[in-house]
Ligand binder design. Structure first.
Ligand code: SF4
Ligand code: SF4
Length: 392
């Protein structure tokens, strides 16, 4: 096994110098945790219950998530970075309540792209201050095999709330997390409370939640199977972003106007009252997306989709995914002026779009839907879409 070379150690004033230099790069929080004998917390139980839905990559990376040494042999420390994306209340931002709702994080250029240069620079600083070589560290923004929320809790950056999110006492629920695993031994920061068990021992959620259950009560689709445990199969974030197929009928009404992701269990958290607007040095806002009218989204062409959403997280959804979600939002909105746009989508190339457009038509047109959908139904060959016609 590769071990840290002697001398790769940082403590005292040198550690604080490292923190200062890293914060200057645009990170709002920089904390340090020591690597121990990780066990992956409740990840294995969560996977065993199938709550990750079809996100098979989570299973594939479970061992590495549970044991940082498998990601970087000889790893000693984790540097956890927080980037605050709180931009003020909806009123301050003029987010239109009647428009489709987007998860706040999505109203930025893809944060993986904007944060990564900061991590590259952070690696250089680590090399300079600790004498580390390039192979002595690895950086990740969210998508790596790293339990970032667990490490963040262990480093005292925050605690894992009953909503399963990392909650900071100073930034609320609004932090992007990133990490550097390193062979440099860095004196660790203390967790928020001495009683906080290490992340690798499976810290129970809700350390500083007290008796609050707002997030659990507010979830529109009852996705919490227990405090701190989200069943992705019922979660709007999963269904509107990760799921590329049919959204279960019983969940569609709960999606409401949420066209991409869901912030309900974050928004209701009382810890947000301490959140300050972020410096946004490693982010690029796209708040203009929140002003897009639903009718314009329903009428998008592939070219216009690529133009509007270029370099945003929404590109992950692909064109048909956004149209699918827009159909669900239209079906929930009760605005019959959407019917002409939906009638164009019931004969769309994508069966997934057609299925949700049929559902939305049935919701908006009621007893008149069958007549309006008769032509589309006669032409339909896909069993899934035919089932939607029949279910109306
Ligand atoms: Fe429920 Fe939304 Fe939170 Fe998912 S993101 S658990 S759907 S409130
Ligand atoms: Fe904890 Fe309440 Fe925040 Fe949920 S809403 S994470 S229960 S403090």
């Amino acid at each position: 096994m590769t071990t840290a070379r002697p001398g790769l150690k940082i403590e005292g004033e040198q550690r604080e110098q490292l923190r200062r230099r890293l914060r200057e790069l645009g990170f709002d929080e920089v904390r340090f945790a020591r690597v121990g004998e990780e066990a992956g917390g409740g990840l294995r139980e969560w996977l065993a219950e199938g709550m990750h839905a079809d996100m098979a990559w989570m299973e594939r990376t479970a061992d590495k998530r549970a044991k940082a040494d498998l990601v970087l042999p000889g790893v000693r420390s984790v540097i956890i970075f927080g980037v605050n994306y709180w931009s003020g209340s909806e009123a301050e931002n003029n987010f239109a309540p009647a428009k489709p709702q987007w998860a706040r994080y999505a109203l930025h250029k893809d944060y993986h792209d904007t944060i990564r240069p900061g991590l590259v620079a952070a690696g250089r600083v680590l090399e300079e201050i600790a004498g580390a070589a390039v192979e002595d560290y690895r950086y990740y923004v969210d998508t790596g095999p790293v339990l970032e929320r667990g490490w963040a809790a262990r480093s005292g950056l925050g605690f894992r709330g009953k909503n399963a999110m990392l909650i900071s006492k100073t930034h609320g629920n609004w932090l992007f997390l990133a990490s550097i695993l390193t062979r440099v031994e860095i004196a660790p920061d203390a967790p928020l409370r001495k009683s906080l068990r290490p992340a690798d021992e499976g810290e129970p959620a809700g350390l500083l939640c007290g008796k609050c259950t707002r997030c659990l009560d507010a979830c529109p689709t009852d996705a919490f199977s227990a405090p701190g445990v989200v069943d992705a199969r019922r979660c709007i974030s999963y269904q509107t972003i990760e799921n590329k197929g049919i959204i279960p009928r019983e969940l569609r009404a709960g999606i409401g106007a949420r066209i991409y992701g869901c912030d309900v269990c974050l928004e209701v958290c009382p810890w947000n009252r301490f959140a300050q607007k972020g410096r946004q040095l490693l982010l690029a806002a796209r708040y203009d997306l929140a002003d897009l009218p639903l009718a314009e989204i329903l009428a998008l062409t592939p070219e216009r989709f690529a133009e509007i959403f270029r370099r945003t997280p929404i590109m992950r959804l692909k064109f048909s995914g956004l149209l699918r979600n827009a159909c669900v939002v239209a079906g929930n909105g009760g605005d019959i002026s959407m019917i002409p746009a939906l009638l164009r989508l019931v004969v769309h190339d994508s069966a997934v779009v057609r299925a949700h457009a049929v559902w939305a038509m049935q919701r908006l047109a009621g007893s008149g839907a069958a007549a309006l959908l008769a032509d589309a139904r006669a032409r339909e060959t896909d069993d899934t879409v035919l089932a939607e016609h029949a279910a109306g």
